[in-house]
Design a protein around this ligand. Sequence first.
Ligand code: SIN
Length: 485
Amino acid sequence: MEQLQDKSLVKQSSYIDGQWQQGNGAIDIINPANDDCIAQVANAGIEQAEQAIAAAKQAFPAWAKKSAGERAQLMRKWFDLMMSHQQDLGRILTLEQGKPLAEAKGEIAYGASFIEWFAEEGKRIYGDVIPSPAADKRIMVLKQPIGVVAAITPWNFPNAMIARKAAAALAAGCTFVVRPATQTPLSALAMAELADRAGIPAGVFNVVVGDDAKGIGKVLTQHPDVAKFTFTGSTQTGKALIEQCATTVKKVSMELGGNAPFIVFDDADIDAAVQGAIASKYRNAGQTCVCTNRIFVQQSVVEEFTAKYVEQVGKLKVGNGLDEGVDIGPLITQEALSGVTKLVEDSVAQGAKVVLGGRTLDMGKNFYAPTVMTGVKNTMPIAESEIFGPVSPIISFTDENEVIAMANDTDVGLAAYFYSRDIGRIWRVAEGLEYGMVGINEGLISNAAAPFGGVKQSGNGREGSKYGLDDYLEIKYLCLGGLDK
Ligand code: SIN
């Protein structure tokens, strides 16, 4: 923290109605790389969550009334401030979350890109005029902001997952209350500080930091003044939150768990597939919902792929994200580390083989070695669970239909990837995969212009892109009658 250029970006309490509010007691924020307490943040509770909703409700009419251009100007300032503080924001993010600094700075640019993109897209929220079935009537459609939006966001992207939701909400004319993950509130509070400096009016963007996840979650999902609720996190938690939202019939969008297949066909460029798989698997130490979870390789190229993959994965440097040249940081908690360890051990007990890594590293409490496993079956724990760690299970297959069936044999459907140079196969497989997003000869697919989201139990709604605004808008039908003379 001492090395920050702008230390006033480190805030230690919730941001509600344009004010830094106190709470009851404090939460220690722990650096997962070395267990140091890097800050303490006031612990807000139900009362502060209610205050934030009241502030957002009060701020809504004036924010909604602004023109899209006026909102865009303020959001553009917010974007500019985030980019001009990218170094500090990245450092704060690494300190609380663990990812390497270069990746953290990449996340700041990624988060900011949603603010820039939606600020512009807000100007294109078009209505409609529909040909009327009656000569004396006209049918028109307006799109209006839904109202107060509440969000709960995860620790794996402490900046970008807030930005992706808040940017769409604010551009649409909604006001916003977010509860960031308890482990990583500093990035959220730094965003609030910059929103304040950008001139975003009080009450439009609120951050409630508190460790009473259930209590605050209930307020955000059940309060009658919240019109829409959005969540990024596990499928299990998402289901419970959807149920809570049902009490007031809120509009809901959910970005939940995944189990991404990465398929390498025998006609693929194997070197490109190796690079794509590494990028997709080891980003954020494997802790993203779109990380490759199962690598399927066609029998005839499995040996070549595995040899090249193991060689490249073996070069990845693990360490404290602030150290030079580190590719992979710690996992977020010891609990996360135990979960990954257990998945590997249980799968080895069922016949899988560890060909690289497969152990914790003695450099802090939360480090796991980049791992590659072979002889994996699609039914083993490492293939059936969302790993959220730096482990690559390799499963071999013989033909296209078999691998599509194996890839789809899961309750979730967020991202999938495959490598092939056969155009017929590319279309067949892209259409056959039951996933919301498919990377074809590409391992990194996320960007502000593209619709991010899943099918099946991976959630509903889309974030980013022109579709990302829909979740924050209501369609209003106007019927203008009596036009006959
Ligand atoms: C996530 O893991 O939920 C988000 C990943 C991304 O935006 O690429």
